[in-house]
Design a protein around this ligand. Sequence first.
Ligand SMILES: C[S@@+](CC[C@H](N)C(=O)[O-])C[C@H]1O[C@@H](n2cnc3c(N)ncnc32)[C@H](O)[C@@H]1O
Length: 275
Amino acid sequence: MGKKRPRKDSQVSEQAPDGVIFCREDLDPETRRYWNHGRTLFSKFNDGIWLTNDMFFSVTPESIASYIATYISAQGVSTIIDGFCGVGGNSIQFAKHVDKVIAIDCDPVLVSCARHNAAIYGVQDKIEFLVGDFFDLQNVYDADAVFLSPPWGGPKYLSKTIFDLVGMEPYGLYDLMKAARKLSPNVALYIPKSSDLVQLLAEAENYLDEKSELTSQELESTIPRPEPLNESESLLLSYLHINNKCKAICAFYGSLAYGADDLAVPLNPDVLVST
Ligand SMILES: C[S@@+](CC[C@H](N)C(=O)[O-])C[C@H]1O[C@@H](n2cnc3c(N)ncnc32)[C@H](O)[C@@H]1O
């Protein structure tokens, strides 16, 4: 066994569930190269953050999560659902900026990790943690927005020149967006940097076509929304970089698509954003 990471006294003292990684040697051999990324994923990594093996390549890095949260809160969001919360990479940053976060994940070990990690950041009281299937989540939360950070199928997404969002496994673009829009029309989708933009645009256009069939109540948003100049504005893409390397895209739909001016503002100097 290797050396354990240092833990501060302020750490949460409960027992870690099986699967939590405490040192490089706990990782699968092919994941060990991600160990040094720990502090990019969580600035408080050395304070006793809990991560499982797969989360070393699945967590949203903190600087990007912080940027997304800052942008979304600037759009007037006060309650947000994090539909695939993992170990809390995004939920923790949302909790720093909005009033309430509903964080759900189907893996109880990861929800334990997320709760523990939120306590390390002192934001656990602003997050309601749920173990369950996002697709079963009922519309009882009156959320202003939904954030989706679905599985991308593991690190093999990196080898794709164009990443197929419709065929993404286990959940494709259409099913994800349909489920999210049942909870709020304001959706942020975190996807690979090589995502097929034609598919994203087609999804937004399909939605605009279908929207005319929705009732006015279904269309109502809790966020004051400016009149669109044209319909294509209902999708805003931001390319998220760390150290001049593009890491991912966040696609903003609904009222979240109207803050391009906020995206241009350097809210977080570590993350360069282009639209
Ligand atoms: C890319 S990870 C999310 C990482 C998270 N954004 C973070 O920064 O910690 C995707 C997560 O989706 C969860 N998941 C997969 N299917 C799900 C479902 N149907 N409902 C809820 N969570 C699901 C997985 O357990 C995994 O934690």
